[in-house]
Design a protein around this ligand. Structure first.
Ligand code: FAD
Length: 348
C-alpha cells in the first residue's frame, strides 16, 4: 500500500485522487483542504433559490480524457450544457456576435463543484476541510524517505510516501520555501513556482427580480481594453436561476481588479453595476436586489512553469499539480493534469 498526502481539494487534486483510487496497487489518500468546500476556483454558491458559479464559469470539452471523464466515467445525471453562445464586445462597448458553436460548455444543475465532489465520492480518500497545510516535512518520524504535513494548528499528518501540492503556484511556492526538506531541489522548485505570473480577477454577482432577454449567454471583452472582462447570465444554465429572475456574473478586467482589489466591495459593486448597465443598455441593471462578490488574487496563471525543478521534485516524491502546472488557467487543463500526475505517482 502507498500512503499519499494531498494539499488542496481542487479539480486537479480530485482527478489525481480518482486515478490513484483506481490504481492496481492499494492507495491510502489523505487530503487537507483549507476552505469549507471542494473544487477550489471552480466555485459554486447558493443564495435564496439561485445557484451560481463565481469562479470558473463552465467546463469546456477541449480534451478527450476530460470528455470521457464527465460523460462516461462519472454519473451524467445533472450534467447540463449551456446552449446559448458567447458573444464579444470591444473597448467602446460594441457587441458582436461570436462563434463558439463547436464548443460544449458544461456545468451541473447543482453547480460545477460537482466535478470534484463526484470524483472524490468515487475514492476512499479522507478529505479534511478547514485544514490549512502550513509546512511540508521530509523525513520526520525517523524515516528519511517519507513525508509529513503540518497544519495551521501544528498537527502533523502522515507519514506519506508521496505528497501532492495542488494550491496555486504562489501558495505552493510558500509551502515549498518553508519546507523542512534538506534538498538542492527545494529552492529551484520554490523559485519556479514563484515565477509563474497570475491575473487577478474581481467578480461581482448581481441578482434581479426580472428576466433579461438577450440572444447570448455571455459577453467577453475581445480586445482586452475594457474595464469589464466578462458578463454572463447564470439563468442560461439549466437549474441555476428561478424563472422570471436574472443573475449576472461580472468579472472585471485584470488591471481594474488589481487596482481596486482592496477598495470597499460596495464601491466596486456600484462601479461594476454601472458599467454593466451601459454595456447591456439597460438602466435597471444599476439596481440589483442583492449582490455578492469575490476577489481572486490568483485567478489565472498567465504563463507556464519551468518543468525541470518539478521533475526533480517528483523523483523525491513531491508532486505539484493544477492548472499552472498544465500551463493553462482552465478547469479541463487542471483535471487533465490531475489525471496525469495521479498516474505518475503509481507509475501506471
Ligand atoms: C474568476 C475566474 C474565472 C474562471 N473562468 C474559467 C472558465 O470559464 N473556464 C475554465 O475552464 N476555467 C476558468 N477558471 C479557471 C479554473 O477555475 C481553474 O483553472 C481551475 O479551477 C484550477 O483548478 P486547480 O485544481 O488547479 O486549483 P484550485 O481550484 O485553485 O484548487 C486548489 C485548492 O487548494 C486549496 N489550498 C490552497 N492552499 C492550501 C493550503 N495551504 N492548505 C490546504 N489547502 C489549500 C484551495 O482552497 C483550493 O481548494 C476561472 C478561474 C477564476 C478565478
Amino acid at each position: 500500500m502507498i500512503r499519499i498526502g494531498i494539499v488542496g481539494a481542487g479539480a486537479a487534486a480530485a482527478a489525481a485522487a480518482h486515478t490513484l483510487a483506481n490504481a492496481s496497487i492499494e492507495v491510502d489518500s489523505t487530503v487537507l483542504e483549507k476552505s469549507r468546500g471542494l473544487c477550489g476556483r471552480a466555485a459554486t454558491r447558493r443564495r435564496e433559490d439561485a445557484i451560481y458559479e463565481y469562479g470558473a464559469n463552465y467546463l469546456k470539452s477541449d480534451d478527450e480524457r476530460v470528455v470521457e471523464l464527465v460523460t462516461d466515467t462519472l454519473e451524467t445525471e445533472g450534467l447540463v450544457e449551456i446552449s446559448d453562445p458567447v458573444w464579444t464586445f470591444d473597448a467602446d462597448g460594441t457587441v458582436t456576435e461570436g462563434d463558439d458553436r463547436d464548443d460544449h460548455k458544461w456545468t451541473y444543475r447543482q453547480g460545477l463543484t460537482q466535478v470534484a465532489k463526484r470524483l472524490f465520492a468515487r475514492t476512499d480518500a479522507t478529505v479534511h476541510r478547514e485544514t490549512r497545510a502550513e509546512t511540508v516535512i521530509r523525513g520526520g518520524g525517523g524515516d528519511d524517505e517519507t513525508w509529513q504535513l503540518e497544519d495551521a494548528d501544528g498537527k502533523r499528518w502522515g507519514p506519506f510516501d508521496a505528497v501532492l501540492l495542488n494550491p496555486p503556484a504562489p501558495q505552493t511556492a510558500e509551502l515549498v520555501r518553508s519546507a523542512d526538506w534538506e534538498s538542492p531541489v527545494r529552492e529551484p522548485l520554490a523559485d519556479a513556482a514563484e515565477a509563474v505570473p497570475y491575473r487577478t480577477i474581481w467578480t461581482g454577482v448581481f441578482h434581479y427580480p426580472f428576466e433579461l432577454e438577450r440572444p447570448y449567454y455571455a459577453l467577453v471583452n475581445a480586445d482586452k481594453d475594457h474595464d469589464v472582462g466578462w458578463v454572463s447570465r447564470e439563468e442560461c444554465k439549466p437549474g441555476h436561476v428561478p424563472d422570471g429572475e436574472s443573475l449576472l456574473i461580472v468579472q472585471a478586467s485584470p488591471e481594474w481588479s488589481a487596482d481596486r482589489y482592496d477598495e470597499p466591495p460596495a464601491a466596486n459593486l456600484e462601479r461594476l453595476a454601472d458599467m454593466t448597465a451601459r454595456l447591456l443598455g439597460d438602466d435597471r441593471l444599476r439596481e440589483p436586489d442583492w449582490t455578492d462578490h469575490q476577489g481572486w488574487r490568483y485567478a489565472l496563471p498567465d504563463d507556464g512553469v519551468a518543468t525541470e525543478p518539478l521533475d526533480r521534485a517528483e523523483r523525491e516524491g513531491l508532486y505539484c499539480l493544477g492548472d499552472w502546472v498544465a500551463g493553462e488557467g482552465r478547469l479541463h487543463a487542471a483535471l487533465c493534469n490531475g489525471l496525469e500526475v495521479g498516474a505518475r505517482v503509481t507509475g501506471e
